[in-house]
Design a protein around this ligand. Structure first.
Ligand code: ZN
Length: 546
């Protein structure tokens, strides 16, 4: 039994683990890498997922950093099944199309740039058609049912309480008459999160993949967070200004609607306009209404009382661009909820352009801001940011409200972990920034004495079975990248590097002058793309050094 860590290692995106038991191969999650060109280049590396050989993808939940490469996987030859809950299936239906649309637009924009400089056009990571095609391979499963997925492998999805339909996945493996149990935490929800239930507790496991997004932080309580949000809204009403809430379209937006609904029911705020400015969030809200069987008791009670917790009389839904633009023409105070949650794409950027420079506006950050994103730069105190080619001063009041998190904090993670009874449990700490994961792993070792490690990207391990050694063998690309990162910079190293680069390039040019080799390159798209990437990279370096 082997595993290859293909993503969410020392980072919070690209979640993917390739498992192999004899001829059976499956993935747990197939997420997209996000947060800067460097890490996003990994999205093009789909061959290392061995799409044609895979039998099954077990999908924990619909977030793009867990599901976003499935269309690419199918395009790469995957013909197995993608198993997930019904709500995850419904959400992926809109989210993968949306993601593909973003990819197409991005490629289109890049290609326009390329055409202007007479370069050849590139392809999007995947298209809307690819996304639609990939949905054919999805198959819904129920929570809490044990299902066989291949010779000697059974799985069960449990509620992870993170977003609608999210799951912790239990996997039982039988090998050489012995049974072992693997548990994948997926993303674990926060307790007392609105709408969804609390995460299920698990007691048995031999090996656990544990997320650590907030492994070093404690969230403020829900009550404190609500109080803070109320004060912000009150201030905006007093100054006739706007409250901008960048929110992930799925779950966070619905939680904001739910929370504002609570304020209004309790008459804590007047009926000021609430704009939901994200077509994806609007569609997601419909999916939430359809999957009310996933709701927690509190939310069901509101429904039973004849009210819909996801409907407010003063909500203005903006689907079209015109509707979106109209929001900023309304001079009254109001609340704008828009995507993307990390501020680096989507309509939220237009609202930022309108409001970041106004001292009376409020920007309320309620979600995780990965490194390299615009959201991260703003909460870290950037004085100006660039939006649509314009330098915008950051003068608005910036608030971060941790209590809205859809992730367990350090306390929540430790509490969830405390239910495991096996003293020999082995824990892989994943899905966290490098420093956070390492610190959290240490904490888990100290607290529970479990065997704990923080895998590297591309690391392979034999988990158990006759060949088990536990030895780590990271694959080549990462090793190279790391060596380069670790190298102490000195001017000598730089000159050497530039000379080498020049030499390799000249050698390649010489070869290319021979017609046959040029033809070969034309046919070998993968190599051609490699060259294109190098070219892009050099441009990137150049622009950063200016
Ligand atoms: Zn998630």
């Amino acid at each position: 039994m082997r595993v290859e860590f293909l993503g969410a290692t020392r980072t919070v995106t690209g979640s993917a683990f390739l498992l192999e038991k004899g001829p059976l191969k499956w993935l747990v999650d197939c997420g997209m890498f996000q947060g800067g060109k460097e890490v996003e280049r990994r999205n093009r590396n789909i061959r290392s997922y061995r799409p044609e050989e895979l039998d099954v993808v077990l999908l924990t939940h619909a977030h793009i950093d867990h599901s976003g490469l499935i269309p690419k996987l199918v395009r790469g030859g995957f013909r197995g099944k993608v198993l997930c809950t019904q709500a995850t299936f419904d959400l992926c239906d809109i989210m993968l199309r949306d993601s593909a649309h973003i990819q197409e637009m991005e490629a289109e924009w890049q290609n326009r740039k390329k055409r202007r400089s007479a370069k050849e056009a590139g392809e999007p990571l995947y298209t809307v058609k690819d996304a639609e095609e990939s949905l054919r391979y999805f198959q819904a499963v129920r929570y809490d049912e044990i299902l066989p997925v291949g010779e000697g492998v059974r799985v069960r999805f449990r509620d992870a309480g993170h977003i609608l339909g999210s799951a912790i996945i239990e996997v039982w493996i039988e090998e050489n008459g012995e049974e072992k149990k693997l548990v994948f935490s997926g993303d674990l929800g926060n307790t007392h999160q609105p709408i969804v239930r609390d995460p299920s507790t698990i007691e048995e496991a031999d090996i656990l993949w544990l997320e650590s997004t907030y492994g070093n932080r404690l969230h403020k309580s829900r009550e404190e967070t609500d109080q803070e949000l109320l004060q912000i809204i009150q201030d905006a009403i007093d100054h006739q200004s706007k409250v901008i809430i960048p929110a992930f379209a799925v779950e966070r937006t619905q939680e904001v609607i739910y929370t504002l609904g609570g304020f209004i029911r309790k008459k804590l705020i007047p009926q000021i306009p609430v704009y939901i400015d994200s077509p994806l969030a609007i569609s997601a809200t419909e999916i939430f209404k359809k999957n009310s069987d996933c709701f927690d008791q509190e939310t069901r009670n509101i429904l039973l009382g004849g009210e819909n917790p996801l409907e407010l009389p003063q909500i203005v839904y903006a689907r079209t661009t015109e509707e979106s633009k109209a929001i900023n023409e309304d001079s009254r105070s109001g609340i704008i909820v828009s995507a993307s949650g990390m501020l680096d794409a989507g309509r939220i950027q237009h609202h930022l352009k309108h409001h970041l420079w106004r001292p009376e506006s409020h920007i309320v950050i309620i979600g995780y801001q990965a490194e390299g994103t615009l959201g991260r730069r703003i909460i870290e105190g950037a004085k100006t940011v660039r939006l649509f080619g314009e330098e915008i001063a950051v003068q608005a009041q910036i608030h971060t409200l941790g209590g809205f998190s859809a992730h367990a904090d350090q306390k929540g993670l430790l509490e969830w972990l405390s239910h495991f009874r096996n003293p020999h449990l082995e824990v892989f700490v994943i899905h966290g920034g490098e420093k956070v994961s390492l610190e959290f792993a240490q904490l888990v070792r100290d607290r529970f004495h479990f065997r704990t490690s923080v895998p590297q990207w591309g690391e392979q391990r034999v988990l158990f079975g006759p060949e088990a050694t536990g030895a780590a063998e990271p694959f080549e690309p990462e090793r190279k990248e790391e060596v380069e990162e670790e190298r102490q910079p000195s001017s000598e190293v730089v000159s050497h590097l530039l000379r080498e680069l020049d030499r390799s390039f000249k050698k390649l040019r010489r070869k290319l002058r021979r017609g046959r080799i040029k033809e070969k390159l034309v046919r070998d798209l993968e190599q051609l793309k490699g060259l294109e990437e190098i070219q892009e990279k050099i441009e990137e370096i150049e622009s950063k050094l200016e």
